[in-house]
Design a protein around this ligand. Sequence first.
Ligand code: PLP
Length: 404
Amino acid sequence: MDINRIRQDFPILSHTVYGKPLVYFDNGATAQKPRCVVEKIVEMYESFNANVHRGVHFLSQAATDKHETSRITVQKFLNAKSPSEIIFTRGTTEAINLVASSFCRAFCKPDDEILITAMEHHANIVPWQLQGDITGVKLQVAPINADGELMLEEFEKKISERTKLISITHISNVLGTVNPIEKIIEIAHKHNIPVLIDAAQSVQHATVDVQKLNCDFLVFSSHKIYGPTGVGVLYGKEKWLNAMPPYQGGGEMIASVSFEKTTFNELPFKFEAGTPDFVGTTALATALNYVSEIGIDKIAQYEHELLEYATERLLAIPKLRIYGNAKQKCSLISFLVDGIHPYDMGMLLDKMGIAVRTGHHCAEPLMRELGIDSTVRASFAFYNTKEEIDVLVSGIERIRKMFE
Ligand code: PLP
C-alpha cells in the first residue's frame, strides 16, 4: 500500500493542531473521511436532493436509485443473501436497540436471558436492560481472562434453556481483543440460539462475510468505516426479521393504514420508518467501495504491522502498562503510565498535536473488571504510519519526564 498516496485522500490529515502536524489516533471513536466521501455528500445535495421512495418525479427516482443501490453495495460488502436483509439505521447503537426491542417483544418472556460478555460497549448492555424493564429479560455475562480474552468454556456454561440470544462484540473497543466469533456462533447454534455480532470495531479491520459466519444479526456504524456519521447497518437473516414486529411506526414502514388497523410493509422497509438518510447511505456506499478497492485484507495486514510496532515501542517505556494482551488483537492499544492520570496524558498529548481517547470508552463494567477507571487509547487506521507512532512514543516519554 502506498500510504503517502492514501494519506492525500484524507484532507484532514494534512492539518496542524496547535501548530503541530495532526497525529490522529482516535480512529476507534470515529474514522476520518476520504475526499470521495465528502464529495459524494456535496454531490447528493447539489444534484440529487429529493425525498426517496415516494415521488414519481425524476429527482425522487434518482435519489431512490442511489439509496437502493447503496443497499446492494452493503449487501455485497457483507455478502448477505439479499438486500432485504440490510436495514439502514442511525448507527450500531440504534441497530442494537432495534433488535433488543423487536426481538424481545417477539421471543422473550420474564427471566429469559440474553448472553453477552464482560467486554461489551454500553450499546450492547443498556438496550437489553431497557428491555428487561419491559419484558423481564435478564443479562448473563461471560467472563474474560487476565489477557482480556473471552473464556470460552465459561461462556458455554452460561448457556441454558433460558438463553434466547447471544449478543457479542467481534472486536473489543477497549482491549482490541478479536473474539472467536466463528466458534461462538457454532456453539450457539448447537443450542439453537441466534447470535448478534457487534461489528462496530471490526468491519473496517477484517473481512466480514455474514453467510460464512452464519450469524443471525450483525451491526456496524458508517462513521467508523470512513463513511458519514448518522448512518448504520443492521444485517439480519430474513427468517428473524420477518418474525419480528416493527421497531418504530411512521411513513414507509406501512402497507396500509386506517384508524382501526395498520398493516406493515415488507423487508427491509418494515424497519425503516420515516425519511431515511439517503445522502448518508450513498456516501457510506462510496466509503465501502473505497476500502474495498484498497482491499480489507491489505488494510488488516498493514494495521497489524502498526500494532506490533506500537506494542513493542510502548512496552519499552518504563512504567507503561498495556491493557489487553489477547493473542488475536486488533490495531488499538489501551494503556496507563504509573503516576500519570490518563486525562492529563490525553490533554498533554493533545498539545503536541496527538489525538488519543481517554476515559472508560463506554465500557464501565469492563473498567470495573480491570480494576481501573479509565485508560488512554491509541487506535490506528491504515492511513497512520510508524513515524506517527514514534511521535506518540516520544510525546509519552516527554510527559513522563515532566511528571518525574
Ligand atoms: N459497539 C462498539 C464495540 C463500539 O466501539 C461502539 C462505538 O465506539 C459502539 C458499539 C457504538 O457505536 P455508535 O456510537 O456508532 O452507535
